[in-house]
Design a protein around this ligand. Structure first.
Ligand SMILES: [Zn+2]
Length: 108
């Protein structure tokens, strides 16, 4: 199969409340469908602002809420973490459009 696709997996599945086996199952299904699966480091993805790159523990002000203390970007924490996982996956395959936030390493 030559379809184009990219799936990023990470420890985020655990953050989202899914089991590891569920994440593995999703990866398996993606591979069977011809989708390239990339595993990325999920550390600090729930604390990193995908817009300005500011990383702070209190960016995630609650279990479900994200609010960047630097630029004000706000949204559901799981969604923001997913954007960061996607950006890291894109960086690893060289398709990141926002090199600054893709490359940023968490500082704390
Ligand atoms: Zn920000």
């Amino acid at each position: 199969m030559t379809g184009y696709g990219l799936a990023a997996t990470s420890e985020l599945s655990t953050l989202l409340g899914r089991s590891i086996s569920s994440a593995r199952s999703s990866s398996y299904k993606a591979r069977r469908a011809g989708v390239r699966v990339i595993t990325v480091d999920a550390r600090f993805t729930s604390q990193l602002c995908p817009d300005c790159g500011y990383t702070a523990r209190n960016n995630r002000f609650s279990r479900d809420g994200f609010g960047c203390r630097m630029c004000g970007l706000a949204g559901p924490a799981d969604h923001v973490a997913g954007i960061n996982v996607r950006n890291r996956a894109r960086l690893s395959v060289g398709t990141c459009q926002r090199a600054r936030t893709c490359r940023l390493k968490a500082d704390g």
